[in-house]
Design a protein around this ligand. Sequence first.
Ligand code: SF4
Length: 687
Amino acid sequence: YWRQPEIKKTKTVCTYCGVGCSFEMWTRDRHILKVQPVVEAPVNGISTCIKGKFAWDFVNSPKRLTTPLIREQGRFREASWDEALSLVARRLLEIRDEHGPDTIGFIGSSKASNEEAYLTQKIARLIIGTNSVDNSSRYCQNPATKGLFRTVGYGGDAGTIADIEQAELVILVGSNLAENHPVIAAKVKAAKKLRGQKLLVLDPRKNEMAERADLFIRPKTSTDMVWASALARYILDNGLADREFLESQVNQVEEYRKSLEPFTLEFAEEVTRIPKAQLIEAAEMIGQAESVCLLWAMGITQHSHGADTSTALSNLLLVSGNYGKPGTGGYPMRGHNNVQGASDFGCLKNMYPGYEKVSDEKTRAKWAQAWGVEPERLSLEVGSDNFQMVQDADTHKIRAMFIIGEETAFADANTTNVHKGFEELEFMVVQDIFVSRTAEFADVILPACPSVEKEGTFTNTERRIQRFYPAMPPLGDSRPDWQILTELAARMGHDWGYAHPSQIMDEVAGIADIFAGVNYERLEGWKSQCWPVRADGTDTPLLYTDGFHTDDGKAVLFPLEWKEPDEAQDSEYDLMLDNGRMLEHFQGTNQTGRSPAIDDLVPNWFVEVSPELATERGIEDGSWVKVTSRRGSVELRAVVTDRVAGTTLFMPIHQGKPGINHLTGEHHDPVVNTPAYKETAVRIELM
Ligand code: SF4
């Protein structure tokens, strides 16, 4: 008699947003029977959102890549692993030897594991000899990280999701928390209802959390640095600052106070269009709260001065004494499940794993010794980031790219130019689970595995490292990314011999200080650790309890000047286009779009138009409209809603051909090279 195979229960970690929910996945062979939340899960307990619960069908999609592909005469043909990896190794080494190491760029995946991020940068730095390695944080939270580095020293969230829950006041700025980080939003909603936690929301769009806020403020887009600085000035001028904290733990207080002179309430009202009374109300809420957590996201960072605005937000927290105590701190909300880990483990142009500077000779010597080479083999030059690599492809400064699990051809700004750049590359490798829009430009496509077919660790938005385990074997001839990268390195003369990802983690822990006490045993099952982790295994859920991560242990109030956004409305492009995610989908929909249960729920692509603008332009709910920027046009249906106001439009980032980044431009934050996706001037026409 035939007997049904046993049900297998596997602990896994969600591969969508940065909340880092974990749960049991129940499978029978390759069939996912259900996702079962459990009380032991450190972040979410018995909660999940729709994506974590239902958006897994993509792992069995018939469109999954199951064998390597090589482009020949303009078409892809199947190839063996031996042929594909030999070709990749040979071409990368040829281009390095002929044109130099810095003509090759690597984009690591913010969805792959920490161990895989480590190997990506190890190949770039050790084998190729370039620091040109990056990940998708360039497109989202790099400005936030910069703001935190400038003021408090670590780029990660200052505390944990439990701190957010226990804060007296939560401030959401440019963050659609209910759709982008739903499980954290659920905790804030519960804290508000059960404990009376106060909620202050500042956002040009009236999202779900704005509807629930004690105070909802709609600033003019791209002016957040001004209101944040004006509130800080009001707090300092009106006896609401934490004087003792400022005197004992913060540097540059007087310089900063002087820099705030222009930021009067009147100036802020004029620039931000926030009524003075609302500015005072917000400042009083912050100044009088015992503990404040401030959460921000792409609504702040994807601007031409997102790093400065992020710095201004952290300054505001310092002035009000909101670091280093339970229920306080700055929390940039990470988007991808492992965008934190991809940065932590070294997919950055200027940092080795653990945020150790590539330009520092002592640091270089340490890494060279650990990797068994002379220091001169490792470059001291800061490399190119994602944005620069794509720009430089067009001029042949970059000649080859290796992109792992990132949808750059859809997600980078001004995709028309991105595609032109890709076409100019001499050689392009894409490692992914599908033939993504980016993979269509590749010379070689290497079939990788999703998380449920491999083992490793992810790090969530609160710096929490968690293990995930294989629920099923790799599909077809696909392989875990860490195995592909290990095999590729061997073909380039570096036989690292990793047989299990735990060996990779052990290697990192032996070199990078902030991971000193991390190992797979301490992360077994539902256990987790928040970095930095000391050698004895003690981790640090709440940062800055005994000083800041700076040379003298003091935080820095960082003076700033107000700068206008790079792209503005004019008579031809008289509207501003905002954009963001929807609850059901993730990024370019490579996964959620292949999960029918999810995809069927979501309407086609649309643009939100305010009731007042719709009346003025004769647009009705459901009208076909054409939206045109200085880069291109898209056609889609209008949704008339008061979620947006005045001349601001909103579009989801997920769907559409050619997609929203056909409209966005290359203007960017010069401090971090993050494109100003949210500063796109457009016009709208009825079709
Ligand atoms: Fe996954 Fe984020 Fe939803 Fe949690 S909140 S289940 S991590 S998408």
